[in-house]
Write a protein that binds this ligand. Sequence first.
Ligand SMILES: Cc1ncc(C[n+]2csc(CCOP(=O)(O)OP(=O)(O)O)c2C)c(N)n1
Ligand SMILES: [Mg+2]
Length: 559
Amino acid sequence: MHKDASQRTAARALVEQLVVNGVQHVFCVPGESFLPVLDALRDTQITITVCRHEGGASMMAEAVGKVTGRPGICFVTRGPGAANACAGIHIAQQDSTPLIMFVGQVETSVREREAFQELDYRAVFGSMTKWTVEVDDPDRITEFVSRAFYAASNGRPGPVVVALPKDVLSEHVMIENAPPYEPVETSPGKEEMAALGELLSDSKNPLFVLGGSRWTEAARVQIHEFADRTGLPIATSYRRSTLFDPQHPLYAGDLGLGPNPKLVARAKAADLLVLIGGRMGEIPSQGYSVLAIPSPRTRLVHVHPGAEEIGRVYRPHLAIHASPNRFVAALNRLHVAPNPAWRAGAAVAHADYVAWTSAATPQPGDVNLGEIMIWLRDHVPADTILCNGAGNYASWIHRFYRFRQFMTHVAPTSASMGYGMPAAIAMQRLHPERLVLSINGDGDFLMSGQEFAVAVQNRLPIIVIVCDNGIYGTIRMHQEREFPGRVCATELHNPDFDAYARAFGGFGAMVKKTSDFPAAFRAARASGLPSIIHLKIDPDAILPGVTLSTIRERALQKT
Ligand SMILES: Cc1ncc(C[n+]2csc(CCOP(=O)(O)OP(=O)(O)O)c2C)c(N)n1
Ligand SMILES: [Mg+2]
């Protein structure tokens, strides 16, 4: 840290404010627009991960924000860099993830001329971020960085963009560091908790649905304790299933894409639904079909850290403006009598979950993704982190893999393709000792496949699985439903992904039969290198237990 504050440039003050806030990782693609920041970073202990595309950098920062609950940080250059980075910003918005993106800007003296790579960040990011600011006054850099941490993390977390005109960064400033930010927790009031206690005592078949962000591992433990004591059934929201132990006898499953129909029926039949942290958005609500809008017919308790989210879609019976941590702590202080009927209902729900997820469904082709997911769940350590993006291949992850520990699943609730590669790199950076898997579709993988070079450059032994069915499967499935037999723009001609891995300096293996997967996986681990396992999947195997040809035939019958 600089002893004499007057010696610092604004860039150095910015970087030192990151250090004050405990930042350990930044992700970037360099640009001439923020060289003074790179120079200042060189003198810190912060690890810089240099990426191959700003979409990768912003997704890596998003993944860090998602699992740590503290803002992930990325630096990108002006117009083109900022435009490329949009993908991660949108994920952070939809996933309620704290993220701060610093972006270069043209010099203040040429602004508004559409100078080289100039972009109006407020206009471009205005609807995607919680706050977008351009720092005009170098003496306010610390103020803005401090505020960026609060803005990204408060209430419902989300992305913040801070634009840095080149000349502002090089100015010398006479300013002190601000103290580190403290996450602002909101606690439920006594009245709300008493009202919840009454609703619970009146309820015959309640269901708790855990979702959203801002959970801590301690809160996860506490919700288990509360469930244990009372017998309440617990479900999780789309891609938030690490919030509850899937092996726990009160776990009812996750409300996501391709959910267990029995769980959806249970959610619709519940006489009391308690949403903790989530928004019950389009995916978990099964296309807004679980709860009537705006007036749910069942009793709805909505617990959310963002006041503006409560009542936005559903008018709750009881609104509780609280962060999940504080709410769960208050829940454990509430007197709720153990209820044998709830426990019996939860046991049935759990049995339904186990029956739905235990055995792989038969599939066309020689590689059964369900059997591979079950092999992984039985053989990898419980703290393995699994990252993925979007595509039908993910249905087998959701259904058959079991996330046994907090934040071991890192995947976008916005279903953004190309996320599994960058997220895995970020996770291996955070946890060098843990096994990190990246599972991708063939379309999905090549949206961020270049980031494999980052894994090789930094010797990050992630294991990447590419599920190659030669199609943009999800879209082909919808196409066959709506325009049967009229294939257009959904076919893919792929490279050998195993040879791709070797070309980058990693390990590669091709798997054409399910029974060959364990040996390929063990060889990948033994190599100690970033690895790609290329799975040849039959395109007809479009969903667990559903074929593309059946979808087409059914649609043709209707026409
Ligand atoms: C960035 C982005 N672009 C486009 C889409 C639309 N989309 C959703 S899934 C999908 C196809 C995914 O194909 P693939 O990765 O091969 O997986 P598969 O469905 O074949 O298993 C597409 C194009 C998206 N979700 N995200
Ligand atoms: Mg595919």
